[in-house]
Design a protein around this ligand. Structure first.
Ligand code: HEC
Ligand code: HEC
Length: 397
């Protein structure tokens, strides 16, 4: 009897798997916004943002272990081009073990706020963070300036792009200016680390050309499998993922507290709470003295941010582009696989109750096995072609 029941279920499932996937009008509107992002927007706060020579200087800096106090750790140690510019570790490891998971920098030029907590408001201001962080590269202003002065190619290229290096003992404003310039060159390089259209993007293009039909079976499938289409329907429908993971990056770029429990060996991370004050007092903020357009609209927004208690434990919604390549997941690398992430969303198992601070929009969704498989296929269709290999090694070696 039991045996027969399970056969019936399997047959029902097979029939349902073949059923055409239908999107509602609301889902169609969401999917239309999810395609390929194109080139990053200009950054008026960085005058070198799209300067080729600056980008090459930035590329050399990115692969230079001498930017660390030990001479052993470069940006690429943690952001390894062979691992989609991340390290494959739950928690980053530089001079010593850190407390957060390494973010990929692929497509990071599209981000409004950088890092898990959005502590930086531009790509160029983010770069001094790891250089000076005691657990990451552990360096100081003095040693970094000394390195730029003493390494001939670095010095020549710095001066060609940024102007003469000041001589003698530098004031703190002068040192900050050198660090800001190095950050701007690194950002010019990072702006090139965008990925090409994914299987999903190509399918969206075709679907739009076909008039964005509700019945997905009327569109040529290509590599975007039926399972992935079902995943897209769950993502934008019952799974409620698109509430936060929307637009071309599959991220709203904003901060949400999901309540995933901290790792056993770490305390809970305050996330966005505290980052707002740090940002507003940071001399490298886009409205600060080293910005090339401190009065631009986005810089003005930074000065008017207000710290709120509901930012406690909130993290930036990560982009899901290339997500299949960037395990482990979440800010402390709490989840080893995408399957574990989906189990969390389905059950909210182990979630920390944060009383009224808990995000009211995140609900337990009780995903079925079929929905989980669909979501996995969908998430696996979001890998874009990596940047050309000439941008993934030290250009001076
Ligand atoms: C020891 C490992 C380590 C090193 C070295 C390191 N990073 Fe990171 N990187 C991280 C971690 C961890 C994060 C997330 C930090 C956070 O949220 O607090 C991150 C975040 C970033 C981000 C933000 C991406 C996003 O989507 O918001 C950028 C950009 C970045 N790093 C660039 C660099 C650059 C440039 C260097 C070298 C100057 C560098 N990193 C060196 C580990 C590292
Ligand atoms: C309320 C907003 C919200 C909703 C709804 C939501 N997410 Fe997320 N997602 C986030 C945030 C914020 C994080 C980072 C959480 C952290 O680190 O603590 C995240 C992390 C992730 C990650 C890990 C990415 C990485 O690089 O570490 C994946 C994968 C993911 N979400 C997929 C989904 C899927 C699939 C759904 C629907 C079943 C979903 N999300 C629903 C906001 C949301």
């Amino acid at each position: 009897m039991e045996h027969r029941a399970s056969i019936t279920i399997v047959l029902l499932c097979l029939a349902a798997c073949d059923a055409p996937v239908q999107l509602s009008t609301a889902q169609i509107a969401r999917v239309k916004q999810m395609g390929f992002p194109g080139a990053p927007a200009p950054d008026p706060t960085n005058r070198f943002a799209d300067d080729d020579r600056a980008a090459l200087l930035g590329q050399a800096l990115f692969f230079d272990p001498h930017l660390s106090s030990t001479g052993t750790i470069s940006c690429a140690t943690c952001h390894d081009p062979a691992r989609a510019f991340t390290d494959g570790l739950a928690l980053n490891r530089g001079i010593s073990q850190g407390v957060r998971n390494t973010l990929s920098i692929l497509d990071c030029a599209h981000q409004r706020w950088l890092n898990w907590d959005g502590k930086f408001d531009s790509l160029w201001s983010q770069a001094h963070g790891p250089m000076l962080h005691p657990r990451e590269m552990g360096n100081s202003f003095e040693r970094i300036v000394a390195r730029v002065r003493s390494e001939p190619t670095l010095r020549t290229e710095y001066e060609a792009v940024c102007g003469a290096l000041p001589e003698g003992t530098l004031t703190s404003a002068q040192s900050e200016r050198v660090i800001a310039n190095l950050g701007k060159a690194i950002a010019a390089y990072e702006r090139r680390l965008t990925t090409g259209p994914s299987v999903f993007d190509q399918w969206v293009e075709g679907w739009k050309l076909a008039g964005s039909p509700a019945d997905l079976s009327t569109v040529q499938e290509g590599q975007f499998s039926r399972a992935a289409q079902l995943g897209l329907a769950t993502f934008t429908g019952r799974g409620e993922c698109v509430t936060c993971h929307d637009g071309p990056l599959l991220s709203d770029g904003e901060f949400h507290a999901l309540g995933a429990a901290p790792r056993d060996d770490l305390i809970a991370d305050a996330g966005r709470f505290g980052a707002v004050a740090a940002l507003q007092s940071n001399p490298y903020r886009t409205s600060g003295p080293h910005s090339d357009d401190p009065a631009c609209e986005s810089a003005m927004v930074v000065d008017s941010l207000i710290a709120q208690p509901d930012q406690w434990g909130a993290f930036r919604t990560p982009t899901l582009r290339n997500v299949a390549q960037t395990a482990p997941y979440f800010h402390q690398g709490q989840f080893a696989t995408l399957n574990e992430v989906l189990h969390f969303y389905s059950t909210l198992e182990g979630a920390v109750t944060m009383d009224h601070h808990r995000e009211s929009i995140l609900r337990k969704t009780n995903l079925s096995q079929r929905e989980i498989e669909g979501l996995l296929a969908f998430l696996n269709s979001l890998d874009g072609a990596p940047p050309p290999s000439r941008w993934t090694t030290n250009p001076w070696k």
